[in-house]
Design a protein around this ligand. Structure first.
Ligand SMILES: Cc1cc2nc3c(=O)[nH]c(=O)nc-3n(C[C@H](O)[C@H](O)[C@H](O)COP(=O)(O)O)c2cc1C
Length: 176
């Protein structure tokens, strides 16, 4: 199967994960914010997106291309401050059409937030969120940032991609 890694990013950490996944799988990598990509050109897709203000940054792109995404295997990679769990699942469910969520395989990775790199608006919004957040760990991360970037954590994504690649008729012929 021919696949691709498509990503959205605001501050670069999801781009970094997408490049790592591309290097590990040999798949081409595209930024949906700057590259014009036709999802119909691929048999399967790895879609990587950060969570920004409780929403997935790739939401608009998915909605625009929904009909071409529902007919192929999709691995949805989220990059967030929050760890995997019900809070993250709720943000994913609120961001994307239910039919898409039902069919995509979700892998949750954790990203990076460097206060000095943020826009004034984002820094201010995150300080307000930290002040209101009852969760002390999340509140500290919103105020002071965090770095959970971990190359090894892409392993489940790479395994799924390699499984799809192995189903390619061309690969099967080469093995025989
Ligand atoms: C403005 C802003 C809002 C964020 N909102 C959330 C959020 O709602 N939930 C969460 O878990 N992480 C949140 N984060 C953390 C990001 O998901 C994390 O920093 C991610 O690595 C950013 O990806 P990027 O570098 O590709 O833009 C937020 C980060 C920023 C800068």
């Amino acid at each position: 199967m021919e696949g691709a890694v498509l990503y959205a990013t605001k501050y670069g950490s999801t781009a970094e994960y997408a490049q790592w996944i591309g290097e590990a799988t040999g798949l081409p990598v595209f930024d949906v914010g700057t590259d014009s990509v036709d999802p119909a050109a691929f048999d399967f897709l790895i879609l990587a997106t950060p969570v920004i203000y409780y929403k997935l940054l790739i939401t608009d792109w998915v909605q625009k291309h929904l009909s071409q995404l529902l007919d192929k295997p999709i691995v949805m990679v989220t990059v967030s401050g929050a760890p995997p769990g019900p809070k993250l699942d709720a943000w994913v469910g609120d961001s994307l059409p239910a039919e898409f969520v039902a069919k995509a395989k979700h892998v949750a990775l954790r990203g990076r937030q460097v206060p000095a790199e943020l826009t004034w608006f984002d820094r201010t919004m995150l300080l307000i969120a930290a002040w209101k957040n009852p969760d002390p760990v999340a509140s500290d991360e919103e105020r002071n940032g965090f770095d959970y970037m971990d190359k090894a954590s892409i392993a489940p994504v790479v395994a799924l991609a390699q499984d799809y690649i192995a189903r390619s008729p061309a690969t099967a012929e080469a093995v025989i």
